[in-house]
Design a protein around this ligand. Structure first.
Ligand SMILES: [Zn+2]
Length: 129
């Protein structure tokens, strides 16, 4: 059994259950319905972790933990927006790579053709001489 420091309350606890002690996990369990209700009551507002923590007067570390633990992902679209943007960029990159991969053989093919023609020309002129 290894003891580590809870990142929320700073207490030492048995590390087998992740980065947060069981007492804080219980508190997050209680906090989550409140946050969910708050978001539902303000459905026209788009929240970030920062603004939610501030508006609800909740420790931002706890709010972030709710996101990290997957509590809030499904309730607040875009609360992990940075990750989404990253994913989109990576997808775009993959698409670009795909385009390059499919066009590469075509380029090689035309190069081959050009060098063949060049070779024939040389052969031809050689024959004439
Ligand atoms: Zn704790």
């Amino acid at each position: 059994m290894s003891l580590i420091t809870c990142k929320l309350c700073g207490r030492l606890y048995d590390a087998t259950r992740g980065k947060i002690c069981s007492q804080c996990l219980d508190e997050l369990d209680e906090l989550y319905p409140r946050v969910r209700e708050f978001i539902r009551d303000h459905s026209k507002t788009s929240f970030s972790v920062d603004s939610l923590a501030e508006d609800m007067d909740v420790d931002i570390l706890r709010m972030q933990s709710l996101v990290d633990l997957g509590y809030l992902d499904r309730d607040v679209p875009g609360i992990s927006g940075a990750d989404e943007e990253k994913k989109k960029k990576e997808e775009l990159l993959q698409q670009l790579k795909g385009t390059l991969n499919t066009s590469a053989p075509r380029e090689r093919h035309s190069d081959e053709k050009a060098s063949k023609m060049y070779g024939q020309e040389r052969y031809g002129t050689g024959k004439k001489k």
